[in-house]
Design a protein around this ligand. Structure first.
Ligand code: NAP
Length: 252
């Protein structure tokens, strides 16, 4: 069955997993708001979607800023239509061992991952409730299970899981599902930055990671995008409050 036209918001969609997800949802037939810090940085994703025959809108917004989130959702509703699909994907790393982690390292990661997911979910839920249908997918991580140097990020990504389960309980009666996708090692600028911070060549970094992955390869942004595509589909309406690890195996 062809999916009816829906409007999706994907945050952090200028590159990486967000970009792949925006492109996949557009290919699925959804109109996609490509949200990132810098509207200009969204141009590439939007052009790729347009060139493939899809519908996309570039929107600049800091997901951690309440005013910018409200304005972004209002703009999407006005220009594309009421958003009933939300992918909370925007993310940052501020890795450090606990004794070296600064207040700002902690606050920044909490603000982007947790406050960002909260603000966007709260802003779009009205449109979903009005429609009697909605899909929220938030990016967690295998780091939620604990990861050296990531006390802030692990706490935020575990928090996303609790947040997701609560949205599923509160919003289910309105036809809205909430799920979380928890990637393992995915080749993006984020993992490249981690290798650089550790002073490790990225090819060596990827090879070491791959050795720990049961399917024997690193993940690609499209692996995550395909999982999100399922979770926001019409047919996934009885899947809610779940965390799906997209890690090439049962754990990191
Ligand atoms: P990425 O390549 O670093 O892309 C993240 C995007 O989010 C960037 O375009 C970034 O914009 C944007 N962003 C950052 N802060 C923002 C803010 N305050 N408001 C709006 N946009 C903001 O990361 P990725 O690897 O694709 O990761 C995407 C998501 O998956 C993140 O939530 C990440 O934690 C999660 N994840 C990734 C992996 C992995 O292996 N890559 C594994 C598990 C989970 P700028 O370029 O302007 O900073």
């Amino acid at each position: 069955m062809t999916q009816p036209s829906r409007v999706a918001i994907v945050t952090g969609a200028a590159r990486g997993i967000g970009e792949a997800t925006a492109r996949k949802l557009a290919a699925d037939g959804l109109a996609v708001a490509v949200v990132d810090l810098d509207e200009g940085a969204c141009a590439n994703t939007v052009t790729e979607i347009h060139d493939a025959g899809g519908t996309a809108l570039a929107v600049g917004a800091d997901v951690s800023d309440p005013g910018q989130v409200t304005a972004a959702v209002e703009r999407v509703a006005a220009e594309l239509g009421p958003p009933t699909v939300l992918v909370n994907n925007a993310g940052v790393l501020r890795d450090n061992l606990l004794f070296k982690m600064t207040d700002d390292d902690w606050e920044t990661v909490m603000a982007v991952h947790l406050r960002g997911a909260f603000l966007f979910s709260r802003a779009v839920q009205k449109h979903m409730v009005d429609a009697g249908w909605g899909r929220i997918v938030s990016l967690s991580s295998t780091s939620a299970l604990g990861n050296r140097g990531q006390a802030n990020y692990a706490a935020a990504k575990a928090g996303i899981q609790g947040f997701t389960k609560t949205l599923a309980i509160e919003l289910g009666r309105f036809g809205i599902t909430a799920n979380s996708v928890a990637p393992g090692f995915i080749v993006t600028d984020m993992t490249a930055a981690t290798a650089a911070r550790m002073g490790v060549d990225f090819a060596d970094f990827e090879k070491a990671a791959t050795g720990q992955i049961p399917v024997g390869r690193a993940g690609r942004p499209e692996d995550v995008a395909n999982t999100v595509s399922f979770l926001v589909s019409e047919g996934a309406g009885f899947v809610s409050g779940q965390v799906i690890y997209v890690a090439g195996g049962p754990r990191a």
